[in-house]
Design a protein. Structure first.
Length: 210
């Protein structure tokens, strides 16, 4: 009787361990080693929140290398990572905004807004320098959603790359390149990301675009 219980316990333990290893291996190409995109010149580089320094630094480097014309940063409404807290938000050519909803789906709308601001600025420049240097184009709230939008580079962390690609491919009408800046530093942080990103993937598949 005791030996049967011990065997069952060992079988259960080995099954759990094997399951954990299978999940870990299956997640390697998604969360640890996502495919690396070649970065083409784009209209906008979008920094997903939270705007950690590694993400901001990469966005600035891409802009300085001439791969993007402007930067859009997804910031928090409060809590230390607001537009007032980030020096980059004071730079020319940088827009800092709070995503609504405050998820990756909401940040797709920020990419649309960045595209619309560029289109509006180009339209003003083309239609009339003679109308005054202080003229500002009116934003077109959903203009990018009506057709193809300018290409965008999206900066996030390594475990989020695959899910970000999925959501933007589903919801953004233009070409999207996703690049990684930063990754978890500890085994427990990686384990958390495995669980969180897997659940978030399922949610992203079930939710409609904003």
């Amino acid at each position: 009787m005791n030996s049967t219980i011990v065997k069952r316990a060992w079988t259960t333990a080995l099954t759990v361990v094997a399951g954990v290893w299978l999940v870990a291996l299956a997640g390697l190409p998604l969360y640890v080693f996502p495919p690396v995109d070649e970065v083409p010149p784009s209209a906008t580089v979008l920094v997903l929140g939270p705007p950690m320094q590694a993400r901001v630094d990469l966005a600035e480097r891409l802009r300085d290398e001439g791969l993007a014309e402007r930067i859009v940063v997804s910031v928090q409404a409060s809590g230390g990572q607001t537009a007032q807290d980030l020096a980059i938000c004071q730079d020319e050519g940088v827009t800092c905004a709070v995503a609504d909803p405050s998820t990756t789906r909401g940040e797709v709308l920020l990419a649309n807004q960045g595209a619309n601001q560029r289109e509006g600025a180009d339209q003003v420049a083309n239609e009339g320098a003679n109308q005054g240097a202080n003229q500002v184009a009116d934003p077109i709230t959903n203009g990018a959603a009506a057709g193809a939008a300018p290409p965008v580079i999206v900066v996030t962390s390594t475990p989020l790359v695959a899910r970000t690609r999925y959501i933007f491919a589903k919801c953004y009408p233009g070409e999207v390149t996703v690049v990684a800046a930063g990754q978890p530093a500890t085994l427990s942080a990686w384990a958390y990301q495995y669980v969180y990103q897997s659940l978030a993937f399922v949610k992203a598949m079930l939710e409609a675009c904003p």
